[in-house]
Write a protein that binds this ligand. Structure first.
Ligand code: ADP
Length: 593
């Protein structure tokens, strides 16, 4: 009766025993995973910080190198300009004298003009205006070949000869003239002022777009535009925003050269200098200009002293890098967690089994006690009643006395069987039951069992027959135990049959086995019941126990004994049509006889 609430408590406790550690474990694992992610993140951040510091060092080295190199050679200013631009050091260059005055590309300035050259220029212009093309060309070619005009300039310092050459080129389109003029324009050793050079370059590019291409023209233009904004004398070897939008300036060590960079060129140079190979593949480096938002970067740090306001920013290419790095460790945590949980579950199940077994043993003990008391009480009280009746009858009638004594004897037999069963059961439960196996005749076992019941089964309303086949093979068995088996089955056949009982005990040989069968024409069993009747204390009709007709132990004892003999027991039954209990034992091998 108390088993149901107990098992509910047991289930609840087991559930708690599994759930509480599992929940704790999951919580710990969760914490461990989070910590692992944080640790990996921190480790990677340290690495990235180191990478950024390295990039910063490289940038600084690049800057120091170019501010030093920009003025190491002693070229005159135009040659210095051309060399720096052609080497691709910067988009443009402005050269200063020690006093901070622009030397190249300087605006035009007053110069000592050559009167002869000016006169020649005026003559050529006049001839051209008069439409005398031939004469104009002759005059110019003459003066070119005689070399009289070399180095001659007008009042603004502009060289006369290149201007005349352009005039002749415009008139003739002669390739030789184009080549000569191009050579002069690309030659930065001559004294041509920057505005004239720029004008001539642009004019030639207009006239001969396919042939004329001046590498330094863009740098000249940029420098001129910059100078138009009126820059303050640059003296800082640090990267600063120039007075033109999208332009950056960096002065050489002693302020002799000012390097000008457009933003794209500068970014490219910085990238080159910082050399992307030093960075892990998962991140990319960005050079953040002064005043730009640096919030979306994984890490950002100042680009260094030479780059005021600039920042170096790292962005993640793959947002999952931290997880990926942490996953390996996390996987091991998960495995440990899963294993621990599996162990907890297994232990809980084992514990549950153990507890259930203990509970079953306790239950069994209770049931046994209750049954023993009950079973013993019924025959004892009926015997006492019979004895009392006998004692009170005066005079003692012999016939009645014999009848009563027979009843008392029957009760006695029942009582003995009950006690035998209890003792056997108890020994079985304590695993103390010892069998005495010997080769015995199967017929003798059947005969002993039949003899034990014959007298009782000879009563009115009962037909009993023993059908033992001749020449039965012997079996290796504990004869007493096997007789107990058959007696239990015969007893049941008697108990569970009506008033007109027909009971047959048979013994036969079959396929190397000996088969004992107890057949009755009693109440029979449903298929569901036949599966359960071998369980301890199982009774199809619980009321039987109360009427003193058994306690559900007989068949479990029978099954135990049969199994110990390496045999099998089965039942063929149908409700209201009787049952046949069939015990099969292996016949004894020849050698054991
Ligand atoms: P019990 O002491 O109750 O007879 P058993 O273990 O011998 O205990 O039998 C268990 C139950 O199996 C019985 O209570 C009965 O319901 C059923 N049973 C056993 N033998 C027969 C039979 N020959 N015919 C019908 N029912 C039977």
């Amino acid at each position: 009766m108390t088993s149901r609430p107990n098992s509910r408590w047991l289930t609840l406790m087991l559930l708690l025993a599994v759930l509480v550690p599992s929940v704790c474990l999951i919580w710990f694992m969760n914490q461990a995973v989070r910590n692992e992610r944080l640790a990996v993140r921190q480790e990677l951040m340290e690495v990235y910080r180191g990478n950024l510091a390295l990039a910063q060092g490289r940038l600084e080295a690049w800057r120091a190198q170019i501010v030093h190199d920009a003025e190491t050679n002693n070229f005159p200013a135009p040659a210095l300009f051309a060399a720096a631009v052609r080497a691709g050091i910067a988009d443009s260059v402005i050269c200063f004298d020690p006093a901070g005055k622009v030397v190249y590309p300087a605006p035009e300035h007053a110069a000592n003009a050559s009167p002869a050259a000016l006169a020649l220029q005026a003559q050529a212009r006049g001839l051209r205006q008069a439409g005398k093309k031939r004469e104009t060309i002759d005059l110019i070619v003459d003066s070119m070949t005689q070399g009289r005009l070399a180095g001659a300039a007008d009042e603004q310092g502009r060289l006369i000869l290149p201007s005349l050459e352009l005039m002749a080129l415009e008139l003739t389109n002669a390739p030789i003239l184009l080549k000569r003029l191009q050579r002069e324009l690309n030659d930065y050793d001559n004294a041509m002022p920057a505005p004239q050079r720029r004008f001539l370059m642009r004019r030639l590019t207009e006239l001969f777009p396919k042939q004329a291409d001046f590498f330094t023209l863009a740098a000249e233009d940029l420098a001129a535009r910059y100078l138009e904004t009126g820059p303050e004398p640059p003296r800082e070897p640090r990267l600063k925003e120039a007075s033109l939008p999208g332009l950056w300036q960096l002065s050489s060590e002693h302020g002799r050269v000012l390097l000008l960079f457009q933003t794209e060129t500068l970014q490219a140079r910085l990238r080159q200098a910082a050399s992307r190979q030093t960075l892990p593949a998962a991140v990319s480096l960005t050079f953040i200009m002064p005043g730009r938002e640096s919030g979306n970067y994984l890490l950002a740090m100042p680009a260094g002293e030479g780059f005021p306001g600039w920042q170096l920013g790292l962005t993640l290419k793959d947002g999952d890098i931290f997880n990926a790095a942490a996953n390996e460790q996390i996987a091991s945590y998960v495995w440990v967690g899963v294993l621990t949980m599996a162990v907890v579950v297994i232990l809980a199940l084992l514990g549950a089994g153990l507890i259930r077994r203990q509970a079953a043993v306790a239950q069994l003990r209770n049931d046994l006690l209750a049954n023993v008391t009950h079973e013993l009480k019924t025959p004892l009280s009926s015997m006492r009643l019979l004895v009392d009746t006998l004692l009170q009858s005066n005079p003692l009638h012999e016939e009645t006395a014999r009848q009563y004594l027979q009843l008392i004897a029957a009760e006695n037999v029942r009582l003995s069987r009950l006690i035998d069963n209890f003792l056997t059961f108890s020994r079985i439960e304590r695993k103390k039951h010892a069998f005495n196996f010997t080769a015995v005749s199967a017929g003798a076992i059947a005969e002993s069992a039949a003899a034990a019941v014959r007298e009782r089964f000879a009563a009115a309303g009962c037909q009993f027959a023993l059908q033992a086949a001749p020449h039965l093979p012997p079996v290796v068995a504990d004869a007493d135990a096997m007789v107990t088996v058959l007696l239990n089955l015969l007893d049941n056949a008697w108990k569970y049959s009506g008033d007109d009982k027909q009971i047959i005990l048979s013994a036969s040989a079959e396929n190397g086995n000996v088969v004992f069968a107890v057949k009755d024409n009693g109440i029979g069993l449903s298929p569901r019941e036949t599966k359960r009747i071998f369980k301890r204390f199982y009774q199809v009709d619980q009321r039987l126990a109360r009427t003193g007709c058994g306690c559900g132990l007989g068949l479990s004892i029978v099954q135990y004994i049969v199994s110990a003999h390496h045999g099998a027991i089965r039942v063929e039954s149908e409700p209201a049509r009787g049952s046949t209990f069939i015990v099969t034992l292996p016949a004894a091998p020849e050698a054991s006889l």
